[in-house]
Design a protein around this ligand. Structure first.
Ligand code: ATP
Ligand code: MG
Ligand code: MG
Ligand code: MG
Length: 581
């Protein structure tokens, strides 16, 4: 198809909207994709609708590929189903409620678990009907406390929500994995950087849950990731490790933190000398139990670091020397230890010497313990809080900490390296809901034995309008939007410059040929607009390829420019269609 700038319903703006904080919001308004109607509520102009349509198209194709069928629910919903699941109340101020003329309560749907559950209950009654996956692409309403960043957090927004229905846990797991895989394809096709992170299921209820986050400073979610591939929303990090603490003044040789550092070797040497093993020498990685290790600070203060007893052998080590201040201590068990709260912070239980290792009771020790940098992970045996006094953070019984307390450098819970923190935009969210909604609304089917069983569900959402903003945010540059090809409103932005009728004729002909070749063209045919303005508009609008028919035409040359890289190529007029398709 061909759209013409002379008639396209668009006005590009030089000024950014006053309320815009993030670049994608500014540019989507300036380039004429959306207009604000009310806080967090936007109207879509032709350019914006085309991008939205592309995103929806990609989602529809990937949903069809896993056999999910499209349906469509109303946005205006009765109170009763949401009352039955408790969400009418739980949502608090988060939803829009309204009354009809008879005084009956309604809400504008924030998400549709209840309605899908009831629809399936309406129509299906046997295990033979399952599995089922159905979805919709539909407008949602949430009275967000802080609508912001344009489409990123709207009060009216479009979501793709799918739901899976199974009667076995294995069925749910398979449906979840199929949706997860489909989402990977969707986000790969959208063409920007994203991560899949472990998530909490929050108000939705249910167990397994992951989020797809666009990596972006403009995001409101914080996530952690490790070099070894661990990634989680900070709300869902399940292990705590305080930051390593450096002891100023500790000799450099002792500040190393690998198992084969001089300090570990010092300890190994010391053990071999003072407490030789009968079977073989001590080596890094051996287990120590119930020994009190202490660190002598340069200022002379002594700090307990670890309590344990050496090894598989029942040797009673009482003294350690060198960097480790010798302290006499009787072997203590866990129960005893609780009477010594001053030692708890240093207690690391059965531990691997020179190696980070998890014991049965989830105490870990890191070689840094004896090198002057301490690092303690986990909770105590009885499920009591262990407080790192040093870092000032609370360990909860399951080893988690407050989301806000996770710090750069904390080790990943799966041992895959130190965590780094980054910001992300939640683009999609997959949940195993389990039987919560089916229970609340009585969705049961007869199984193979004629017994009634409760259906187990999954719920899978993608923020469609948010995706438009997130893709924009992840791809834009200083001069404007720069869409990835898969979601760009048009394939080619064709610019005719100058006043020469021959140029406009050639451009018109080229537009027609491109259209015939299946290419969508935005043709800047405006006769009285300067080349400078046309180029600025093209850069702002962000179609991936800008083709200029101008002065070069007399030599039969057309300029082809890549919007993203800025790279320009001269192409012969006769070759240009072949070059572009
Ligand atoms: P957020 O944490 O950003 O508030 P959410 O966890 O409340 O999102 P879900 O209930 O998981 O959102 O909804 C599924 C998807 O809908 C989200 O992953 C997100 O992409 C999109 N979404 C949610 N709220 C909004 C909103 N206010 N504006 C635009 N998209 C939204
Ligand atoms: Mg929310
Ligand atoms: Mg969320
Ligand atoms: Mg979510």
């Amino acid at each position: 198809m061909i759209a013409r700038m002379s008639t396209l319903f668009v006005r590009t703006l030089r000024e950014s909207p006053a309320d815009a904080e993030v670049a994608s919001h500014k540019l989507l308004v300036r380039a004429g994709y959306i207009r604000r109607a009310a806080p967090g509520i936007y109207s879509w102009l032709p350019l914006g609708l085309r991008v939205l349509g592309k995103v929806e198209g990609i989602i529809r194709e990937e949903m069809a590929a896993i056999g999910s069928q499209e349906v469509h629910f109303p946005a205006l919903l009765p109170r009763e189903p949401y009352e039955a699941t408790g969400r009418w109340t739980e949502y608090g101020d988060g939803i829009f409620r309204l009354e009809d003329r008879k005084g009956a309560d309604y809400l504008l749907g924030p998400t549709h678990e209840e309605m899908f559950t009831l629809l399936v209950k309406d129509l299906y009654g046997s295990y033979k009907d399952l599995p089922l996956a159905i979805y919709q692409i539909q407008t949602k309403y949430r009275d967000e406390a802080r609508p912001r960043a344009g489409l990123l957090r709207g009060r009216e927004f479009i979501m793709k929500d799918s739901y899976s229905f199974d009667y076995t846990d294995e069925g749910l797991e398979a449906a979840y994995q199929a949706h997860r895989a489909a989402y990977v394809k969707v986000f790969d096709r959208l063409g920007f950087e994203y991560v899949v992170v472990k998530a909490t299921s929050g108000a939705m209820g249910g167990s397994a849950s992951e989020e797809f986050l666009a990596v972006s400073e403009a995001g409101e979610d914080t996530f952690v990731r490790s070099p070894g591939g661990y990634a989680a929303n900070v709300e869902a990090v399940t292990t705590l490790a305080p930051e390593p603490i450096s002891y100023e003044g500790v000799p450099a040789a002792h500040a190393e933190d690998t198992p084969d550092t001089p300090t570990i070797q010092t300890l190994v040497d010391h053990l071999n000398e003072a407490y030789p093993r009968e079977d073989r020498p001590w080596e890094a990685g051996d287990t120590l139990k119930n020994v009190l290790l202490t660190l002598r600070h340069p200022d002379g203060t002594v700090e307990p670091l670890a309590v344990g007893v050496p090894g598989d052998r029942d040797v009673d080590i009482k003294r350690l020397e060198g960097q480790l201040e010798p302290i006499e201590v009787e072997p203590m068990d866990d129960v005893e230890l609780k009477k010594h709260p001053e030692l708890v912070k240093g207690y690391i239980g059965p531990q691997a010497l020179g190696e980070e290792s998890a014991s049965g009771i989830r105490y870990l020790v890191d070689p840094r313990v004896v090198t002057g940098t301490r690092w303690v992970t986990g909770a105590n045996v009885e499920g009591k809080h262990v407080i790192d006094l040093v870092a000032g953070r609370d360990f909860t019984p399951d080893g988690t900490i407050e989301a806000a307390e996770v710090r750069e450098g904390d080790p990943a819970p799966d041992g895959s390296g130190p965590l780094t923190l980054a910001r992300g935009i939640e683009m999609g969210h997959v949940f195993q809901l389990g039987r919560k909604y089916a229970d609340a609304l009585g969705l049961q089917v007869l199984d193979e034995n004629g017994k009634l069983v409760t259906v187990t569900m999954g719920s899978y959402g993608v923020g469609v309008t948010r995706a438009v903003a997130a893709v924009a945010e992840g791809t834009l540059d200083d001069i404007g939007l720069a869409w990835p090809r898969n979601v760009a409103p048009y394939d080619i932005h064709l610019v005719a410059t100058g006043k020469d009728a021959a140029i406009f004729e050639a451009a018109e002909k080229l537009a027609g040929e491109l259209e015939a070749a299946g290419v969508d063209v935005l043709y800047d045919d405006r006769p009285k607009v300067s080349p400078g303005v046309k180029f600025k508009d093209a850069e702002l609008i962000g179609v991936p390829t800008i083709v200029t028919v101008g002065k070069g035409l007399v030599e039969g040359k057309i300029e082809v420019k890549d919007r993203k890289s800025g790279e320009k190529t001269e192409v012969a007029l006769d070759d240009v269609v072949a070059h572009l398709i």
